[in-house]
Structure formats: structure tokens, C-alpha cells
Design a protein around this ligand. Structure first.
Ligand code: GH3
Ligand code: MG
Ligand code: MG
Ligand code: MG
Length: 313
């Protein structure tokens, strides 16, 4: 079993991004330009607006730098030795991780036809050199802000506002990495609403949605600030509980179970109660994200088989 080296700056940034900590971190712009002097000028201009930027002169290093720097926007020169801006933009676009990052050309190219050709290959917009300091910083601020908003929305499930499947899975990975480093424990809980199909069949899909939201809200309100929760599937949730022993995690989820079964769900004139089954698992030193999630899933199925409305650790 091989543990890849941890890229902690990137992980920490992902944590902040996924958890939306209130203290807004500075926007990050990656400047790809072979003109070192000009690029440094751009960097200082952006810095004056509170934007962090990093300069890369060699296009072949861009992907690696993007991974650690996690830019909100990439600003790309068109004419560079070794690789043109549009060629670079196409390579970046091949990586699904960067689908949401705007790629903006900044070039002396003023010919509209050639600009259009560049945009047809890849890239999202075109800025012309020379550009005023003010125009550059306002364009980058606007783009970075939009990019962050979009990114946050893409990671959220629209019904519940919780993290989506991919985001919560990534959170498990991030917390495992952090736990390996600190030696602290981390637990994962998998929750699944009981007989949800019959809730839908009896009361309708809209009431079913309401039940999903009730459980989501309960989890949001009752978990600690350091915990993370996501909607893993239709009526399935995953909670990540850092610095938590298996016993603690069991108690937390068990309390949640008791609260949930007491909530009154309303369907027109009728009321009913819903329940969930849950499995809790803790990380062993050799656990990967998949192994930890599988262990929680297995425990959850034991809870189902054991009669539902229970937590198994
Ligand atoms: P079990 O106790 O074994 O978990 O039984 P179950 O009926 O909950 O399990 P099953 O996985 O068979 O059914 C889940 C149902 O959830 C099937 C699907 O139609 C429904 N579902 C999935 N997503 C949504 C959603 O967003 N809204 C609503 N209302 N229903 C959903
Ligand atoms: Mg150039
Ligand atoms: Mg299910
Ligand atoms: Mg279910």
C-alpha cells in the first residue's frame, strides 16, 4: 500500500473552499507570461487590489503550479516560446478539475479574427495589452468573484444546500490526510432514510423531498462546526467527524437518530414520523477514502438488516 506525498497547501485550500469559512481568503490569479518584467508588474498591480498572484513563465509548469496554487482565474499570454496560449488553454481544459476556472487571454493581439480563432480553440475571454492597471484589476476581481461563486454552487446540492457527492468524498480524503498528519482520529457516518420509497409512494415526491430537507437541516444544526456533511445520494447522507473516536461518533449519530424519529413530518392533514439507519466507522492508519466509506456503508447495511432505525458501529 502506497501513500502519495501530501500536498498540504492545496488540501488546506480545498478545506477552506469546501467549508466556506467566513474569513474570505484573497482571490488567486495565475499569470502565465514569458515576459518576466511585465508579469511582475501585473502581479504588483493585482496585489494592490488584494489579489494574490503567481507568475509562471514556462507553460510546461502550469498544471503543476495550478495544483498547488488553486487559482480562481488563469491569465494567459498568447505568444510564448514552446507553447501558444490557446494550446495551453486546451491542455488545461482537458483536466476536469479546471473546468470551472476562467481562462483569460492577455495579449498584444488586436486582430479580431485571430482573437476569435484563439477563443474558438479554448479560453473564455480576451484582454488586450497594453491594459491599464485599473482595467486589469477590475477584470480580475470580477472574474475571480464569479468563479468562486460558481465553484461554491457547483459543490452544493440544490435541494439541501449540503455538499454534493463528489465534494463530501473529497472532504473525507482531506480529513484522512489531516488525521494521518496529526495522528488524530476521524470517523465517517453513512445515514440512509428508512423505507423512503414508501414515504414517496404514500405521501408523494414533494413530501419525500421535505423529509430529505428535514434530515439535512437537523444534521447541519446539530453537528459541530468542524464536522462536514453531504448528500451522498437520493436519501443518503455522509457525515465526516474529525478528532472523534468511534464511541463519540456513535453517540453523536445515535442522538441524531433519536431527534429525527421524534420530528413530526406533515403531509396535508396527516402527520407521520420518518427514521434513518446509520453506520459509523473510524479510520485505521491504512484506510483510504474508499475503505472508510465502505466500512461505514457496511455498518449501515447491518443497521438495515438488524431492523432499521438504529446506528451500528
Ligand atoms: P431502505 O429502508 O432499505 O433504505 O428502503 P428505501 O425505500 O429507503 O430504499 P430505496 O433505495 O429502495 O429507495 C430510495 C428511494 O428514494 C428511491 C427513489 O425514488 C427515492 N429518491 C431518490 N432521490 C430522491 C429525491 O431527491 N426526492 C425524493 N422525493 N425521492 C428520492
Ligand atoms: Mg509573450
Ligand atoms: Mg438508499
Ligand atoms: Mg433508504
Amino acid at each position: 500500500y502506497f501513500t502519495p506525498p501530501l500536498d498540504m497547501p492545496a488540501l488546506e485550500q480545498r478545506i477552506r473552499h469546501l467549508t466556506h469559512l467566513p474569513e474570505q481568503e484573497a482571490y488567486r490569479v495565475l499569470i502565465v507570461d514569458d515576459d518576466a518584467q511585465l508579469a511582475e508588474h501585473y502581479r504588483l498591480v493585482l496585489l494592490a487590489s488584494g489579489i494574490d498572484s503567481q507568475v509562471v513563465a514556462d507553460p510546461s509548469q502550469v498544471l503543476e503550479v495550478m495544483h498547488t496554487f488553486q487559482p480562481d482565474v488563469v491569465l494567459i499570454d498568447i505568444n510564448m516560446p514552446g507553447c501558444s496560449g490557446p494550446e495551453l488553454a486546451r491542455v488545461i481544459r482537458l483536466d476536469e478539475d479546471w473546468l470551472r476556472v476562467p481562462l483569460i487571454y492577455l495579449s498584444v493581439e488586436t486582430d479580431a479574427h485571430r482573437q476569435a480563432l484563439a477563443l474558438a480553440q479554448a479560453g473564455d475571454d480576451f484582454l488586450c495589452k497594453p491594459i491599464s492597471d485599473e482595467a486589469l484589476s477590475s477584470a480580475m476581481l470580477a472574474r475571480a468573484k464569479r468563479s468562486r461563486q460558481l465553484s461554491a454552487a457547483l459543490d452544493r446540492d440544490s435541494l439541501t444546500g449540503l455538499m454534493k457527492h463528489s465534494a463530501i468524498k473529497e472532504m473525507v480524503e482531506v480529513e484522512i490526510a489531516r488525521a494521518r498528519r496529526s495522528g488524530a482520529a476521524v470517523c465517517v457516518a453513512m445515514l440512509d432514510i428508512d423505507h423512503f420509497k414508501s414515504i414517496n409512494d404514500t405521501y408523494g415526491h414533494a413530501v419525500g423531498d421535505q423529509v430529505i430537507r428535514r434530515l439535512a437541516n437537523l444534521l447541519k444544526q446539530r453537528l459541530r462546526r468542524v464536522d462536514h456533511v453531504g448528500r451522498y445520494g437520493g436519501e443518503e447522507f455522509v457525515a465526516v467527524l474529525p478528532s472523534c473516536t468511534l464511541e463519540d461518533a456513535y453517540r453523536v449519530i445515535e442522538r441524531m437518530r433519536q431527534h429525527f424519529q421524534e420530528l413530526e413530518c406533515v403531509a396535508g392533514p396527516k402527520t407521520f414520523h420518518a427514521t434513518f439507519s446509520a453506520g459509523v466507522a473510524s479510520m485505521n492508519t491504512r484506510d483510504t477514502t474508499e475503505m472508510l466509506l465502505d466500512a461505514a456503508d457496511l455498518a449501515m447495511y447491518r443497521a438495515k438488516r438488524g431492523g432499521r432505525n438504529r446506528v451500528v458501529k
